[in-house]
Design a protein around this ligand. Structure first.
Ligand SMILES: Cc1cc2nc3c(=O)[nH]c(=O)nc-3n(C[C@H](O)[C@H](O)[C@H](O)COP(=O)(O)OP(=O)(O)OC[C@H]3O[C@@H](n4cnc5c(N)ncnc54)[C@H](O)[C@@H]3O)c2cc1C
Ligand SMILES: *[C@@H]1O[C@H](CO)[C@@H](O)[C@H](O)[C@H]1NC(C)=O
Ligand SMILES: *[C@@H]1O[C@H](CO)[C@@H](O)[C@H](O)[C@H]1NC(C)=O
Ligand SMILES: *[C@@H]1O[C@H](CO)[C@@H](O)[C@H](O)[C@H]1NC(C)=O
Length: 499
């Protein structure tokens, strides 16, 4: 008797969860995310936090989770191939690393040089005081003012987004999101960095050398980019920069796992609008990466977490929409990351030998065929290649950024010898200019675009901000919380009296 009751209870308790699961599956809101980089995975993470178990998330990735965050293996050692540096004030990236238990790998304070048409312009040295004196001599107080400028004009205002997002606020366009931080940020997107720095009193020399060097290494571009991305780029040459020990790609991997999204290794080819009466849903057509077979699934909410680039690769077709989607595509800048294990040709960079050769060199003129040079530390933090017992100059691993694939002759100018050469060809980030379109995060009802944020600036932290914005938007729209969309109730500025 007892035994059979226990038996029945057992069957029941075993059967119950699976029936429940199926019902949940059927009623759960279905969300499809296209793109498994930091944008797509952090969107999944924030959606799970907001909706709890009431949603089912599928994450489509045609290549590998991480996207533009990836390691490259040179002679058995891993290096960052794409997005590599993180600013200490990047709140989300700092939090993720901490929460997931990753160590920060700080970039060593190695020597840096600026290189112009006529050779080396200035170089730092191991003694900070002497370096400061040299820089003050060449650039005056601009080298000190830039820090105050970045803090007051940029970071203090930028930090407002974190409180707004904690409150669940969301913005439908990049322009509204920037305005929520500060009105001046919208203005920054309408002028060049050069104009802004001139207005703020920075010298021509500072702009042509320091600001230019920062832009060329971080975005392969010039001080003619808009001033918002320009400020982000200047922040990228500040102190305290770090990377995730082991590789930055680990953050998107963990975000994906935390989100409990189902990874579908496939390329989404079509997003088809299904409109029955008033309900909107979407059919995604996709091609499996493994076998090329096509398939389709239906979703209530779809999130595009990959840029609409002016390129044939990974093109998504939007079908049966009453308006054209996307309304525009962005020109992307091609950046070549050339990795070489071998001896740099020191004279090409303006130096005589290994002894005085710096860790990094930034070029300051567009007519120079390489953008920047960087001696590499591995993702584990080891300097160059400490694998061999007696590393020689030949073992140095360097990364050169260029805007074009170098010719054999150019490679020979850059390196005297080489054991290994690898080239990563990135469609890297938008081609930035003032007054470029700042697209909307909303493409259609329940259809969102995280990478709209890249028009303001392409950087890991920016993408996470875009991702959290889209998660908040999707949640607010789904639950009819309209007072948290495009409203800034927290920030109340005293009104100026009209005379
Ligand atoms: C060389 C380089 C250096 C950089 N340096 C820095 C830096 O130092 N610091 C910093 O903060 N940022 C840096 N960045 C920028 C940073 O890497 C990017 O902003 C960020 O990684 C972009 O993430 P994402 O998820 O938006 O896009 P991606 O990483 O590009 O992810 C999009 C993903 O979507 C997939 N996909 C696209 N279309 C489809 C489809 N139709 N179906 C399925 N999957 C699809 C792609 O395979 C890709 O994996 C750098 C970028 C590059 C290229
Ligand atoms: C932004 O630009 C507009 C128009 O040029 C101007 O009226 C406004 O004062 C500017 N705002 C800020 C904060 O700079
Ligand atoms: C190194 O570069 C210089 C020019 O900067 C060039 O003349 C020389 O041939 C190069 N050396 C080698 C070994 O390629
Ligand atoms: C950059 O180089 C070109 C070509 O050599 C030159 O005409 C120009 O003046 C240089 N620009 C600056 C800012 O030095």
């Amino acid at each position: 008797m007892w035994r059979s009751i226990v038996y029945i209870l057992l069957i029941f308790s075993m059967a119950y969860p699976s029936i429940q699961d199926e019902e949940d599956d059927h009623e759960a809101t279905r969300i499809g995310i296209i793109g498994g980089g930091i944008s797509g995975t952090s969107t999944a993470y924030y959606l799970r936090k907001l909706f709890g178990d009431g949603i089912k998330i599928d994450l489509f990735e045609s290549e590998r989770v991480g996207g533009r965050l990836a390691n490259i293996n040179i002679d058995g050692v891993e290096y960052e191939a794409g997005g590599s540096i993180i600013h200490p004030k990047n709140k989300y990236m700092v939090e993720f690393a901490k929460q997931f238990g990753y160590e920060q790998r700080t970039s060593t304070d190695g020597r840096m040089a600026l290189y112009g048409n006529s050779g080396v312009l200035i170089e730092s040295c191991s003694w900070n005081l002497v370096t400061m004196a040299k820089f003050l001599w060449r650039y005056g107080f601009d080298v000190l003012n830039i820090e105050t400028f970045l803090k007051e004009t940029f970071f203090d205002k930028f930090d407002r987004i974190y409180n707004l997002q904690d409150e669940g606020l969301a913005f439908t366009t990049v322009e509204e999101l920037l305005r929520a931080m500060d009105e001046s940020f919208v203005n920054f997107t309408r002028i060049t960095l050069q104009t802004l720095l001139e207005e703020k009193g920075f010298s021509e020399r500072f702009i042509n050398e320091i600001a230019m060097g920062a832009l060329r290494t971080n975005y392969g571009q010039t001080t003619n980019v808009h001033a918002f991305v320009g400020a982000v780029s200047l922040a990228g040459v500040e102190k305290g920069l770090w990377a995730v020990k082991g590789g930055n790609y680990q953050i998107p991997e963990r975000l994906w796992k935390k989100s409990k999204a189902t990874l579908i290794n496939a390329e989404v080819t079509q997003v088809i609008l299904q409109k029955d009466s008033s309900d909107v849903s979407y059919e995604l057509n996709y091609k499996n990466t493994a076998d090329g077979k096509t398939n389709s699934r239906e979703y209530d909410i779809v999130i595009v977490a990959a840029p609409f680039r002016n390129s044939e690769k990974n093109k998504i077709e939007f079908v049966d929409f009453p308006t054209e989607i996307p309304s525009s595509v962005t020109d992307f800048h091609r950046t070549i990351a050339l990795f070489v294990q071998g001896t740099p040709n020191y004279t090409t960079y303006g130096f005589n030998s290994a002894a005085d050769f710096p860790e990094s060199i930034l070029t300051t003129n567009e007519s120079i065929f390489w953008n920047s040079y960087g001696k590499q530390s591995s993702v584990s933090g080891k300097k160059h290649l400490e694998k061999n017992k007696d590393p020689t100059e030949d073992d140095i691993v360097s990364k050169i950024f260029l805007n074009k694939v170098p010719t054999e002759k150019q490679v020979q100018l850059l390196f005297q010898t080489r054991k290994e050469l690898r080239l990563v060809d990135w469609l890297a980030y938008p081609e930035y200019k003032p007054n470029m379109e700042l697209p909307a995060f909303v493409l259609y009802d329940q259809l969102y675009y995280v990478n709209a944020i890249e028009s303001a600036a392409s950087a890991m932290e920016m993408d996470v901000i875009g991702a959290r914005n889209v998660a908040n938007l999707a949640y607010n729209h789904w639950n009819n919380i309209f007072d948290k969309v495009d409203e800034i109730n927290i920030k109340s500025e005293p009104k100026k009296e009209e005379l």
